[in-house]
Design a protein around this ligand. Structure first.
Ligand SMILES: NC(=O)c1ccc[n+]([C@@H]2O[C@H](COP(=O)([O-])OP(=O)(O)OC[C@H]3O[C@@H](n4cnc5c(N)ncnc54)[C@H](OP(=O)(O)O)[C@@H]3O)[C@@H](O)[C@H]2O)c1
Length: 255
């Protein structure tokens, strides 16, 4: 399948985890990809090499998306790469602790990376997409935007902001030919999960967790998320606007 032949995609935080799976999915289906990373150069180089091995162009850009000058540099590289058709705001971080232990620093850190960066990346992406006749933005959210999970308050709040931002972008960028949606994942086995105490029992025996709590009977994989992101970037999904598509194997239907 070459659904994205001739397209250019930028996936923030795509050196590893879910972002990497999304970047590889685009490359496998014909897109050239800008791989953004923050701290882990080695895994980002591996992602870029895997994209090249698929016969696509890859551009590696180190940038903390929460820093305005670094975000601008990321988009300068994107312009130099040839423009932009698809932006996936995937990068995320967070201060994981209970409400009473949170500090202003953690709020700023988490909200700036997970929510503010998506607004200012989308702002920069819009004219590039318009110049290519339109484009697609997909924001990666999580079920903690709607539900209360232990130590997840800041990421949850940031994802709620991201979901609201998705609706505003969907309406205000529609006249430019830009489609905007969000994908919200259930528990996905990545490095991120290791940083949550609530996830330790899941990681200890994820098959047993899935059998007991996930109607689909298995954990969500990064590839599951990537598949839905890719679909949202196709013309078949062009009338889906401002929606949050939950990809959790049915987990939240019961919990
Ligand atoms: N794992 C889950 O269960 C789950 C569930 C639902 C939704 N999600 C969402 O899916 C997305 C990816 O999650 P993941 O599990 O793959 O997380 P992860 O394994 O922790 O990876 C996070 C990615 O974000 C990048 N990143 C972090 N801060 C950044 C910054 N300031 N600027 C640029 N890049 C930054 C990291 O880059 P470096 O490694 O280079 O620092 C890394 O590539 C996130 O939006 C997350 O909230 C995850």
């Amino acid at each position: 399948m070459s659904r994205f032949a001739g397209k250019i995609a930028l996936v923030t935080g795509s050196g590893r985890g879910i972002g990497r799976a999304i970047a590889l999915r685009f490359a496998r289906e014909g897109a050239d990809v800008i791989v953004n990373y923050f701290r882990n150069r080695e895994s980002a180089e591996e992602t870029a090499a895997a994209i090249s091995a698929l016969g696509r162009r890859a551009q590696l850009v180190k940038a903390n998306v929460a820093e305005e000058d670094e975000l601008e540099r990321l988009f300068e590289a994107t312009r130099a790469f040839g423009g932009l058709d698809i932006l996936v705001n995937n990068a995320a971080s967070g201060y994981n602790r209970p409400v009473l232990e949170q500090r202003v620093k953690g709020w700023d850190w988490t909200l700036n990376i997970n929510a503010r960066a998506a607004l200012f990346a989308s702002q920069r992406a819009a004219p590039l997409m318009q110049a290519r006749g339109g484009g697609v933005i997909v924001n990666i959210s999580s079920i903690g935007a709607q539900r209360v999970m232990p130590e997840y308050v800041l990421v949850g709040v940031s994802k709620a902001a991201l979901e609201s931002l998705t609706r505003y972008l969907a309406v205000e960028l529609a006249p430019l030919g830009i489609v905007v949606n969000a994908v919200s994942g259930g528990f996905v086995e990545t490095e991120a999960l290791k940083h949550f105490s609530m996830a330790q029992p899941i990681l200890a025996d994820s098959a047993a967790f899935a059998e007991r709590y996930i109607p689909a009977g298995r954990m969500v994989t990064p590839e599951d998320i990537a598949g839905v992101v890719a679909f949202l970037c196709t013309p078949d999904a062009s009338m889906i606007r401002g929606q949050v598509i939950v990809v959790d194997g049915g987990f939240t239907l019961r919990h």
